[in-house]
Design a protein around this ligand. Structure first.
Ligand code: F6R
Ligand code: MG
Ligand code: MG
Length: 360
């Protein structure tokens, strides 16, 4: 029988401000998932102000019962958040009436269904203060860059390459690239991570290897509510990237969109779950990597990978980059271009000044 791994996440209130999840919300989420009866196993992870429900079951992807469970869990947590007057309680639950699928309703979703291998190592990556396109660069490195993943060169099972499914988040279209044959075409698109996102990676035989959450909260809601802090699941080993090949891209803290008011560019800093407390200028953006061995659907773990000292240098570099870009204050490219900002005063200021603008 196939096993499904669903990660559904939401920000339903921050402690304090937008920095972390209050422990009582985690307790509530565990309570709700424990009594559900439809899961094989679960783990409640947090990164910044986001709760990530990591769940295994046999119901397949996009299943109404699983989505309903996540939705109701977030509702129950919202009650706690409201009682504690946490900041932005219920902010990611866009509708009062749940319609069977959490997609388009606020929470982020990454799900996959597969035959559990003899040994099934998976990594759940979770990020805060950034957007789904933040995974484009690391996923490219893991599955297409031989300078990151030596397996592409020397493992006969990987040498054929992978398929990349890319979504156009603005026009709601998808396209599949054969790699390495089409890496230059692929890069034309995924180099614009605010527009094109790697949704999934497959082996050439069509087996799922990685999948990410791609919902763009800002566009869904018709107005900007917050960056859609993303999650990504990566299966590892034996024909797929080794665990260390999947983690290696994060040794380089690349620049992503998000950070303060979802309107700035900053380095993605890899941290342990307990250190995912974005504080400086509400950031910088964070990534956490939780490893699990699946055993008949049971989540054996987590292993909190970025707790490892080998990521200290990446954190130092991220802090140096943060020092450097912060000095630009309200100037681009530290501040995002006008059309990508989560907050704007432009229309109001424009209105006020409209009579003072003269033809050149
Ligand atoms: C970024 C984020 C925070 C908030 C900022 C202002 O994704 O969540 O940086 O944008 O704290 O929050 P409000 O507008 O709620 O005062
Ligand atoms: Mg928040
Ligand atoms: Mg968040």
């Amino acid at each position: 029988e196939k096993v499904s791994l669903s990660v559904i996440k939401a920000d339903i209130g921050g402690f304090v401000g937008h920095s972390t999840v209050h422990p009582e919300l985690v307790i509530k989420a565990k309570e709700e998932l424990t009594k559900s009866g439809i899961l094989i196993d679960f783990f409640v992870g947090t990164v910044g102000d986001d709760i990530n429900l990591i769940m295994t079951h046999t119901l397949g992807v996009d299943h109404g019962e699983i989505h309903k469970l996540a939705w109701n869990t977030f509702l129950a947590c919202t009650e706690v958040a409201k009682k504690l007057k946490l900041y932005g309680a219920g902010q990611d639950l866009l509708s009062d009436a749940f319609s069977g699928n959490v997609k388009g309703m606020g929470p982020g979703v990454a799900e996959m269904e597969f035959e559990e291998r003899k040994s099934e190592p998976v990594i759940v990556f979770m990020a805060d203060k950034t957007e789904p396109g933040a995974w484009n660069l690391p996923l490219y490195k893991m599955f297409a860059d031989p300078f990151n993943t030596i397996g592409l060169v020397i493992d006969p099972k990987m040498h054929g390459g992978f398929l990349f499914e890319v979504h156009d988040l603005i026009h709601h279209k998808k396209v599949i690239f054969q790699c390495p044959e089409e890496i230059y075409d692929l890069l034309v698109f995924i180099g614009a991570p605010g527009h094109y996102c790697i949704k999934s990676v497959y082996t050439k035989e069509g087996e799922v290897a990685a999948t990410s959450s791609t919902q763009r909260l800002n566009l869904m809601a018709g107005r900007y509510i917050g960056k859609d802090d993303p999650v990504c699941i990566v299966r590892c080993q034996n024909g797929l990237p080794a665990v260390g090949e999947a983690l290696e891209p994060f040794a380089y803290p690349h620049l992503v969109a998000g950070w303060m008011r979802g309107s700035h560019v900053g380095p993605l800093m890899p941290v342990a779950m307990k250190d995912a407390v974005p504080s400086r200028f509400d950031g910088p953006p964070r990534a956490v990597a939780l490893g699990f061995q699946l055993a008949d659907g049971k989540l054996i773990g987590p292993q909190d990978f970025f707790a490892d000292v080998s990521f200290n240098e990446a954190r130092n570099t991220a802090n140096q980059i943060a020092n450097y870009v912060r000095r630009m204050g309200p100037f681009e490219p530290h501040r995002l271009p006008l059309n990508e900002m989560e907050y704007t005063t432009l229309p109001d200021v424009m209105k006020k000044l409209k009579d003072r603008f003269q033809e050149l």
